[in-house]
Design a protein. Structure first.
Length: 155
């Protein structure tokens, strides 16, 4: 049996006062095929996923996340799960954390949020510090020499 978030698809149908048969008519396939697909007994194709997104009026990302049955994304224990429904225009906060903002407490590394609460840092934070040194006289905006990559002589 395939992993699919069956309950989510049925909630979407109920919220729109629609049925599996109506979805099947919209997709131009048999209702039993749609029923089996939503139960995880039949694989959902990419084209069917697109049609379902059109039917529900949702983004492909959101339907795809529920098609897999796992909507948690790549979240960690202290990070909220990915949600395709989140506002895409969300901009990062203006203040970025630096090494000077790290607070050492109880043998752990923390950063203070604007509201005063502490956020425990992941061990990977800052692990690449000092691994790349760019000389002061190197101009990273200068165009590259087009001949530097020539390995073979052109005939």
């Amino acid at each position: 049996m395939l992993s699919i978030d069956t309950a989510w698809f049925h909630r979407q149908l109920e919220a729109r006062n629609q049925s599996v048969r109506a979805l099947a008519r919209f997709m131009d396939i048999d209702a039993s095929a749609v029923s089996r697909m939503l139960k995880g007994e039949r694989r959902m194709s990419a084209e069917e996923q697109d049609r379902i997104a059109d039917f529900f009026g949702l983004s492909l990302e959101e339907v795809a996340a529920h098609r897999r049955g796992d909507v948690s994304g790549f979240s960690e224990s202290k990070q909220e799960p990915y949600s395709a429904a989140r506002d895409a225009r969300h901009e990062p906060p203006v203040k970025m954390f630096t090494e000077a903002d790290v607070v050492y407490k109880d043998g752990k590394r923390w950063m203070e949020r604007p509201d005063g609460t502490l956020l425990e840092l992941h061990p990977i934070f800052g692990c690449m510090k000092g691994t790349m040194t760019i000389p002061d006289d190197l101009d990273l905006t200068a165009p590259a020499d087009p001949d530097w990559g020539k390995v073979y002589e052109d005939d």
